[in-house]
Design a protein around this ligand. Sequence first.
Ligand SMILES: [Zn+2]
Ligand SMILES: [Zn+2]
Length: 147
Amino acid sequence: MREKAATEPTGRRHLRAHGLTPSEPRLAILAWLAGHPIHPTIDQIFRALRPRHPTLSRTTVYNVLHAFVAHGLATVIRTEDGELRFDGRTDPHAHFKCTRCGALEDLGALPGDLPRQVALPQGFRADEASLVLWGLCPACAAADTTH
Ligand SMILES: [Zn+2]
Ligand SMILES: [Zn+2]
């Protein structure tokens, strides 16, 4: 193992390994995403980090997240209402969205070649696939049966 890689903090190393220069907003957002696997929106991240990072703007959060997606550090889940939810987990996996409280949970892994397993008409090319199941999370389902 190289000396630099061993001594550099994980977040910095992770950013560099993905071709991004470590900056304070990038490090803060990367750490927050890793510690909060709730598939947050841009606004949720902004509101969570703003108290400790008073100079942070919504635009910066937006730009950092889009850079993460472009560099393979995060994925984005597009939900029905056009809302973007960000995920620090980048391996292909399915999601469950609660239609009542909006919680978005991780489900099992998906085959990496899923886009190629779907028979496409001639001329189409798929690059990405996503699987979101909809319904009630355990808390909302429990509340539902007590009515
Ligand atoms: Zn719920
Ligand atoms: Zn996820």
